[in-house]
Design a protein around this ligand. Structure first.
Ligand code: GCW
Length: 737
């Protein structure tokens, strides 16, 4: 008996002192809270310092947005510090966090911050440590309630990351005004085009009566990273969106987003006057059409007084547009802009256009839009995808950035992983986004980066913006793969400041979403930083592009050759034959390279100077072309495909190292998804290598594992269960049931 008790005591002591005890595995986390977790700070020293300096909140004046800020701060602090945080309207003790604007709060006004706040504009904020009436305070001030809201989220972020209080003082302002997310949600069956995160968030059936609290969390999440606008419906737009029936429902969403500083915008179908208005035409110069839009816009503002405006996909992929009536994009955009102008609304007119008869899809947007530069009204912004084709794993930046001197131009990015393995693969997009933003257009000499074009510094745009297609749906964690959250996060942070480093953004996200433990932060950051390049390597290295199976865009089909349009095949893009591979976009080919400024054009044009990763975007080269590595093109291609799979395996090893340090639920989920990713990466690699081998006629060099199956086997997989079910849940876009 005594021995047994003694054993138990010793066992108990062992349990208490064992590393597993001191670093208990965090409780399961389903990912719903995203990066706004606010769990009690475990580090005793950090906690003690914070508890001392952050005891109460003082807030006064202001409206709903300021109330959101105060509420969020109270919730966040009480979670992080593990105690209730009183909120009052006066500074009545040390350790007060004073939030507000000089206009709304006498205490903030008393600090005389006006000069420091003035340059920070509408959405900027200032955080400082100071005193009010002899009390120690941390002030979070802005010119507007929205500025204060962003400041509060910044403060909470610093605390979630355990940053020292001395490092808190800061003054920040966003680099672009419109930081907007785009949903491709349809009105029917709650489907989402390229969604992968469950059904559409918007419950049209129960609106306007049921205000799902999830709409508020959605707005909070966006506001926390500085996003201030949303387009809630698909650019392949259902005309019913503008009917009173839907506007009444939409108004409720706008009401729920407003306290978080989020303005609502809508995608519109250009043929709406015909489809729902009973008119015979949608010609933008027709007086009845113009009157119809004016009336509809007035109606929208009667439901949503701060409505933001329209997003339009016109004359693209079967969507109607002004060209159908013999008019230009400028005619179409300006007609809508005129209707919105009296209310302060804007038009975001997409430049994602390409006609089947075009010789080179790459050229299309530039060739159509540059001649119209200067013709668009002041409240139009042309919205341009980052690359000339379509959100591929790697594209050179669109030459439209740098060419539209007199037209506000904004950037469109994709968070949802249409071309990156849906919600199955881990692919942090911060690196891709930053690569585009840092790319130098040389439009006004060196330093004319895409980021500086879209923030207005290069051409002096009066309207500036950045958009991303996001995919949150009814999945508990919003995005399907937990790491898709990181790309949403990165978008918001880069829309705020395009100069932020993707690695620093990943660091923030990991600390808030998983843990501050360096044994988690470092390996997970390594995973994220290599993930996009891995995806490029196992899909389409060295400047190959669009080798996807048609339609779903999940698995490989480099052999895909028959389609309604040549530019919807894979062979159109890679052009492989016995002599070589690649798309000649120099003067001997489509000469798309001329759309870039010098010296960009000269670099892309020159076989010696062009970086490997863009080679086959611009050049058609023989299989034995000598690469910078010294390998032949064929051997380099094989090398890259194999490297992609090895990178996924490295990601798996790194992820395994965080077992026990992150919660089990997400650990197991990500681990399993990485197995799917390895399976798919091998399938991509083997499909492409075996297929291109039929042209190169050369062996896979020694030392690489041999493909487990024949090319025929891989071809037979194209339409099988490899495509995640989420794809089949999509009705034809925009078609009412
Ligand atoms: O990326 C492509 C997608 C389409 C999408 C289109 C667009 C909304 O395959 O699904 O349609 O781009 O951006 O308009």
């Amino acid at each position: 008996m005594t021995i047994r008790i003694a054993t138990l005591v010793i066992f108990g002591i062992l349990l208490l002192v064992s590393p597993a005890r001191t670093h208990a595995q965090p409780p399961d986390d389903d990912g719903y809270r995203m990066w706004l977790r606010y769990d009690l700070i475990a580090d005793a020293d950090v906690l003690a310092g914070y508890r001392n300096a952050l005891q109460r909140i003082a807030v006064s004046g202001g409206g709903d947005v300021l109330q959101s800020a105060a509420g969020e701060l109270a919730t966040g602090l009480s979670g992080l510090l593990g105690r209730e945080i009183p909120v009052s309207d006066a500074v009545d003790g040390d350790g007060t966090i004073l939030i507000g604007t000089p206009d709304g709060s006498a205490a903030v006004r008393s600090l005389g911050l006006a000069d420091r706040l003035e340059p920070l504009g509408r959405d900027g904020f200032l955080i400082d440590r100071t005193t009010v009436g002899g009390r120690d305070v941390i002030v979070v001030a802005g010119n507007t309630d929205a500025g204060v809201l962003y400041g509060v989220f910044h403060l909470l972020r610093q605390l979630q990351m355990h940053r020292p209080l001395d490092a808190l003082p800061t003054a920040q302002a966003p680099k672009v005004d419109l930081r907007i997310v785009n949903h491709w949600d349809n009105l029917n069956r709650r489907s989402v085009e390229r969604g992968y995160g469950g059904l559409s968030l918007w419950e049209w059936g129960s609106l306007p009566e049921y205000r799902n609290p999830r709409y508020t969390d959605y707005a909070r999440i966006n506001a926390s990273i500085g996003i201030n606008a949303t387009v809630i419906n698909n650019v392949n737009a259902d005309p019913r969106m503008l009917t009173d029936q839907f506007l009444e429902k939409t108004a409720v969403l706008a009401d729920m987003f407003r306290p978080w500083g989020i303005r609502l915008y809508l995608s519109v179908n250009f043929d709406s006057p015909r489809r729902i208005g009973g008119l015979k035409t949608a010609d933008p110069l027709d007086p009845d059409v113009r009157a119809w839009w004016r009336e509809r816009v007035e109606r929208i503002y009667s439901y949503i007084p701060d409505f933001g405006g329209f997003l339009v996909k016109a004359d693209s992929e079967g969507q109607p547009g002004p060209q159908g009536y013999g008019r230009t994009h400028a005619d179409g955009a300006n007609m809508l802009a005129d209707a919105l102008e009296p209310h302060g609304g804007i038009v975001m007119w997409r430049a994602f256009v390409y006609r089947p008869e075009q010789g080179d899809r790459f050229r299309e947007a530039y060739d159509e839009f540059v001649p119209l530069d200067g013709q668009f009204h002041e409240n139009v912004i042309v919205q341009v995808k980052n690359g000339p084709i379509d959100f591929q794993p790697r594209e050179p930046f669109s030459p439209l950035f740098g060419a539209m001197e007199k037209t506000n131009t904004m950037l469109e990015l994709q968070v949802t992983q249409e071309y990156f393995g849906f919600a199955m693969h881990l692919a942090y997009m911060g690196t891709l986004f930053s690569e585009v933003l840092q790319a130098d257009t040389y439009a006004r000499g060196e330093g004319s980066t895409v980021g500086r074009v879209i923030d207005g510094s290069v051409f002096g745009y009066r309207r500036t913006g950045m958009a991303a297609v996001i995919n949150p749906g009814t999945d508990r964690n919003w995005t399907g793969h937990p790491f898709v959250q990181s790309s949403w996060y990165a978008f918001g942070r880069l829309a705020w400041d395009h100069t932020l480093a993707p690695e620093a953004i990943a660091d923030e996200w990991i600390r808030m979403t998983f843990s501050n433990d360096p044994r988690v932060v470092e390996p997970v950051k390594d995973i994220m930083m290599m993930s996009r390049e891995a995806g490029v390597n196992y899909r389409s290295p060295i400047g190959l592009t669009h080798l996807y199976a048609q339609g779903h865009h999940y698995g490989p089909a480099p052999w895909h050759a028959r389609s309604g349009r040549p530019d919807w095949t894979a062979v159109y893009y890679h052009r492989a034959d016995r002599d070589g591979i690649g798309f000649d976009r120099t003067a001997t080919g489509s000469n798309a390279v001329e759309q870039y400024h010098e010296p960009v054009a000269a670099i892309f044009r020159d076989l010696e100077k062009i970086p490997d990763e863009y080679l086959l975007w611009f050049h058609r080269v023989p299989w034995d072309h000598r690469m910078k590595s010294g390998r032949t093109l064929w051997n380099e291609l094989v090398h890259k495909y194999y490297e992609g799979v090895e990178q996924v395996r490295e990601m798996q090893r790194l992820w395994d190292s965080v077992e026990g340090l992150v919660d089990r639920y997400r650990f197991e989920q990500v681990k399993a998804l990485l197995r799917v990713q390895e399976r798919d990466a091998i399938r991509w690699r083997d499909s492409c290598v075996l297929y291109f081998q039929t042209f190169s006629g050369q062996p896979i060099p020694d030392g690489y594992e041999k493909p487990a199956h024949s090319l025929e086997h891989y071809r037979s997989l194209e339409t099988t269960t490899y495509v995640p079910d989420t794809w089949y849940n999509q009705p034809p876009p925009g078609v009412p049931d």
